[in-house]
Design a binder for this molecule. Structure first.
Ligand code: PLP
Length: 378
């Protein structure tokens, strides 16, 4: 099997699976208990918190563990608009868990404003700034697009936004950026930043939210006071420690293979571009180099994806969470026509993707595209 849908999820590193086993079967103690083995667990959680904080250039007390990035993103947005006052600005390129949360608040009466995307898939800064005023409480902008891999200049956007209104809370969804590109929240001057463990080889069901120490949120879950009283509930010890370990390995892996990752991304783009009627979607320079959105004229992505899967090659079709719905809101917001949207597949790499997997996938894609066109399916 060739797995080219790493933006949807990743396998757990074997060393991380060993860590999980240990905390499930051997060191399974409740971190809140006061005997010695539990105190050790508390320390291990804290060490993981420090690892995640270091990757973000944050202080460990600014990291709160959650169950996933969907939770982090929902919490970040909902916590600021408990009374629906002020306005919220997001971009048209946000993941469903920001977009739907914002829409839900708008249905209840919140003033929601949507910044446009450029044809290359970035947030249109002029349009973003035109949506901001003295009543804007929060701006939330995705760091790396889960659809195209395109990078938004979060530092630049945050500086521009805060120069208009310094009180604005700037949140960024960093799920597809964490570990792949620089995510220094202090340098970016962002106030909140969300990440998800299963995108970098830890298990599903663990995420985190960076909350700058100057932001005071009321508790999200009340109870025993875990996570500095912000999110009570017995900690997901396995997930937390696993995420810390995976972050360490992944960061090292990406750092040591950066030029290799760039090479493989460029090779993929080159080979895809040779397929007749292939269009690469979005900016390929300011890109994480881990996600490729490519459309094939006259082909339906759904059929292409299923034909590839029949041959053991798993590719995506936009965000996995939204791929069951018709259309693609983000690609449409880039001004891409419906036929092209319908023909767009998403390929997402990992540092472990090999050149041979890339050439095999491109040869197969070429074969399937020709077959589809020959059969006049499209
Ligand atoms: N944000 C982005 C950009 C994503 O790609 C995803 C998952 O695909 C999420 C948020 C949701 O993450 P989780 O699966 O941890 O809820």
């Amino acid at each position: 099997m060739i797995f080219l849908d790493n933006a949807s999820t990743t396998n757990v590193y074997p060393e991380v699976a060993d860590v999980i086993y240990n905390y499930m079967v051997e060191e399974y103690f409740n971190p809140s208990a006061t005997y010695k083995p539990s105190l050790k667990i508390k320390k291990d959680i804290d060490a993981a918190r420090k690892t995640i904080a270091d990757c973000l250039g944050a202080d460990k007390n600014e990291i709160v563990f959650t169950s996933c990035a969907t939770e982090s993103n929902n919490w970040a947005v909902n916590s600021i608009f408990r009374n629906l006052s002020g306005n919220l600005v997001i971009s048209a390129g946000e993941h469903a868990c920001i977009y739907e949360t914002a829409k839900n608040l708008a249905n209840k009466g919140l003033d929601l404003r949507m910044a446009k995307l450029t044809a290359k898939g970035k947030v249109d800064i002029e349009d973003l700034l035109s949506k901001i005023d003295k009543n804007t409480k929060m701006v939330s902008i995705i760091h790396v697009s889960n659809e195209t891999g395109v990078i938004n200049d979060i530092a630049g956007l945050s500086a521009a936004v805060k120069s208009v209104n310094p009180k604005i809370i700037f949140h960024s969804d960093g799920v597809q950026a964490f570990g792949k590109i620089s995510c220094n929240v202090k340098k970016f001057n962002v106030d909140m930043y969300s990440i998800s463990g299963h995108k970098f080889h830890s298990p599903k069901g663990i995420g985190a939210l960076f909350i700058d120490k100057k932001i005071k949120l009321s508790p999200y879950l009340n109870g025993g006071g875990q996570e500095s009283g912000l999110r009570s509930g017995t900690e997901n010890v396995c997930g937390i420690v696993a995420m810390g370990k995976a972050a360490e390995i992944y960061k090292r892996e990406v750092e040591t293979s950066k030029s290799d990752i760039d090479f493989k991304y460029n090779l993929f783009i080159d080979l895809l571009s040779k397929i007749n009627g292939c269009e690469i979607i979005g900016d390929t320079v300011d890109n994480s180099k881990m996600i490729i959105a490519a459309a094939f004229e006259g082909c339906k992505a759904e059929i292409l994806q299923s034909m590839m899967a029949d041959d053991g090659i798993l590719i995506g079709r936009g965000s996995a969470c939204s791929s069951r719905h018709a259309g693609n809101r983000v690609l449409s917001a880039m001004g891409i026509g419906q036929r092209t949207v319908d023909g767009t597949i998403r390929i997402s790499l990992s540092p472990a993707t090999t050149v041979s997997e890339i050439t095999t996938a491109c040869n197969k894609l070429s074969e399937k595209v020709n077959l589809l066109r020959g059969n006049n399916i499209g």
